[in-house]
Design a protein around this ligand. Sequence first.
Ligand SMILES: [Zn+2]
Ligand SMILES: [Zn+2]
Length: 426
Amino acid sequence: MDSTPQLSSREKRINSLFPRYSDMDLTFLGTGSGVPSLRRGVSAICLRFQGDVWLFDCGESTQLQLQKSAIRPSKIRKIFITHLHGDHVFGIAGTLCQLGSSMTDLNYHDEVQPIDIYGPEGTRYLINSIIQLTQSKIVAPFRVHELIGIPNFSKERENTKPPYKYISSHCTYNELRDFKDISPTVDSENRYTYDICSTADLHIQAAPMHHSIPCVGYVVTEKARPGKLHIDKVQPIVNKNRELLQDVKGLRRNVDKIFSIIKNLNPDESYLFPDGTVIYGRDVVSPEIKGRKVVIMGDTCSGNSIVHIANGADVLVHEATNAWMRDGVVDDRYPSYNALKKDTVQHGHSTPQMAGEFAKRIGAKHLILTHFSQRYPGDDSEKSMEIMKIIENMAAESAGFRPNGDNVIAAWDFMNIGIDRLDDTS
Ligand SMILES: [Zn+2]
Ligand SMILES: [Zn+2]
């Protein structure tokens, strides 16, 4: 009997557009807004890179979605919170307990890496309150790094500053106090940038979003890799000079070290061989390989304040909460698209067209829409997929992409896309 799972047409489409296996991929655990429904969970996106998992937002029931997905919860190293609305944070405490309970199998001496959590001011208070009041001793070790002073762009709601008095000044269970809060740099054009953290390969930054409470979007940028050495061009010159190179300081013991010296030449730097041959970096080393860039926006009605770090995204994840459409036809509660847009913006959210405009503005190659109102079902029935296709086309038109093309995807729960470097396919 054939046990191969039948793929829906949308899964086949994704498999034809994105690599099945890549060292970087995104899994959408929840693609709805507000409260989870049977057809869409709420915000939680996993970025997997070389095995490690970073979780962006952690809405209610994320721990359940994790269990239904191919993500290994024990691989979660960091959690990034865009803002403190419930549909982005109600799952944090539960997920930390899920991670903690899976650690009970470890030996006492096993080294346990704490989960680093990044989020707006108030994130620490929120998590500590829940963990402490519920006496959740099973929680995984964690530490919270807060992003200080995220501007509140909302005029109507001034009173959103979180309280600073902790329930207790003592550590709660398993909370590590060696956190490092992060202040922004603000440039002469009043653009805020939070340098969140760096690993050997990735750098992550954040910038504010226009929403009804302080909110950020995150930008993950892979560091560029040095170009490849054209060994066929260098080898003959080295062979010719091998004997004389043995007299060069630093090469006496191992002449082959010359290859790494040449590989590290900048394009305009040169190396003079003992026989008088000069080679320039640009002639023997291919240009450096650009890293991938993934932008994961928080809820927003304008991405103005993140453009400076989001430009040139390979993948842009943008919310599209409301569309002027219900059940595949125009939403008759609004007389026009503009009336719906006005209402959506007032709530701090975006339409598919607004997401498309932003994708165009930053020159994004792919736009993934998410955070849909629960009135747009996320199942794979033909009717639901038709509705999401309409939403994709609304965004594609504004982005300047071909309608019914491949650049805009309306995400569904558990959708997984691999992200390859552009040069990896060559
Ligand atoms: Zn939300
Ligand atoms: Zn929100």
